[in-house]
Design a protein around this ligand. Structure first.
Ligand SMILES: Cc1cc2nc3c(=O)[nH]c(=O)nc-3n(C[C@H](O)[C@H](O)[C@H](O)COP(=O)(O)O)c2cc1C
Length: 373
């Protein structure tokens, strides 16, 4: 395919795969798409190891990195998990202890202090420095304006910057700040998302950019799990599809057996937008965890990062216990996933998913062209 984004990044098929799993990232890029490694949970050393692994396994194909720098967070830089725990009100600690008891989960202080894969301002420029030591072809940011150090370092390395947005005004702010690629992410998406559907958001963002004369490539994200949907969004004007949930259902992905099982059974109505995991609204698989936080008398979830500090170790514990056969823990298992989960009914290899995207995309184009014959 020959459009601006393919030329900019040296790819043949503008299918972007966000994943926290290096195997998925490398496999998508090898198959002609563009893998983006999500490094938000990594320390600088871990990010170095993951990107070095991708470099060895990507066969020289282009790939990118995504580091989340939340614009608004109430953590001080460098705070440890222990220090953050001190900021959590006792009522919230007690509430979580109750949820865990109800699910037959034993939870020690050590479990709680395990470094939670949460988002905070404690990760930062050192991750950027690591990322730019590798031959990344794109750097992405979510949860607010791409920070100046990211944009400055990217420009110095000749690497385009992408930013995820959920509203036209956010797209305009990002472009003003120097972002090169806008990912318009609709409410269907797994992870942190806004309220407007992809089908409406993408043309809204395109229109807003056109009105200010900024010809920036826009990628469509949220709910896209096959090539027909991708073709639909490109017919609307997107230059490609940015996807996340579909890669969870691959044999390579990072998810537990319990989540994989629940994911295959889930319908598009089984996800929820909730603050009960990270403190910011994000779409995830609904479970007894969300039922507990929305029950009468439950405390309000804390903000980011404190909610994640207490929630993520508890949810991780449930996944481990579910995989060992704890049925109540299985009910609690949840992870970020979008509404497209309702269209996913099998686990496939990553390369098979890319291949299917290409074939479905070609079928969709052919079907549309045949309408004009
Ligand atoms: C498991 C999971 C984790 C995610 N984590 C991040 C993240 O750390 N940074 C980010 O920019 N986007 C993250 N996202 C959002 C994706 O980048 C992408 O925009 C979204 O998955 C697209 O919608 P879809 O899930 O319907 O394909 C995540 C998505 C999922 C499913």
């Amino acid at each position: 395919m020959n459009n601006d984004i393919c030329r900019l990044l040296g790819i043949e098929f503008p299918l972007f795969a966000f994943s926290h799993c290096r195997d998925v990232v490398a496999a998508v890029s090898r198959a002609g798409g563009f893998g983006v490694f999500g490094g938000v949970r990594c320390t600088a050393e871990e990010l170095e190891q993951e990107l070095a692994w991708i470099d060895r396994n990507v066969d020289g194909m282009p790939y990118g990195a995504d580091l989340v720098f939340p614009e608004k967070t109430n953590a001080k830089r460098g705070a440890t998990q222990e220090e953050l725990m001190e900021l959590v009100p006792q009522a919230h600690k007690d509430f979580i202890a109750g949820i865990l008891r109800d699910h037959d989960l034993e939870f020690s202080r050590d479990d709680q202090l395990l470094r939670a894969p949460t988002i905070s301002a404690t990760v930062g420029e050192e991750l950027l420095e690591v990322a730019f030591r590798h031959p990344i072809k794109l750097i992405a940011n979510a949860l607010g304006l791409a920070p100046k150090p990211m944009i400055d370092m990217a420009k110095a390395h000749g690497v385009p910057v992408a930013a995820l947005v959920g509203a036209p005004k956010h797209a305009l702010r990002q472009v003003e700040a120097g972002v090169d690629i806008i990912v318009a992410q609709g409410t269907e998406a797994g992870g942190h998302c806004g309220e407007v559907s992809t089908l409406v958001l993408v043309p809204e963002v395109l229109r807003a950019l056109k009105q200010v004369g900024r010809d920036v490539p826009v990628l469509a994200a949220g709910g896209i799990v096959n090539g027909r949907q991708m073709a639909g969004m490109m017919a609307v004007g997107a230059q490609g599809a940015w996807t996340g949930s579909v890669w969870l259902a691959t044999s390579d992905s990072e998810v537990s057996d319990a989540f994989r099982d629940k994911m295959l059974k889930a319908s598009s109505r089984d996800t929820v937008r909730s603050t009960a995991r990270t403190g910011k609204m994000c779409r995830q698989l609904r479970s007894t965890w969300h039922d507990a936080w929305s029950a009468p008398g439950a405390p309000e979830p804390l903000g980011m990062p404190l909610q994640g500090v207490i929630a993520i170790p508890a949810l991780n514990k449930a996944e481990q216990a579910a995989d060992k056969g704890n049925a109540k823990a299985h009910d609690m298992v949840s992870y970020y996933v979008g509404q497209g989960v309702g269209l996913i009914d099998a686990i496939r290899t990553t390369s098979a998913v890319v291949q299917d995207f290409k074939e479905d995309f070609a079928d969709a184009l052919e079907a549309m062209n045949s309408l004009l014959e």
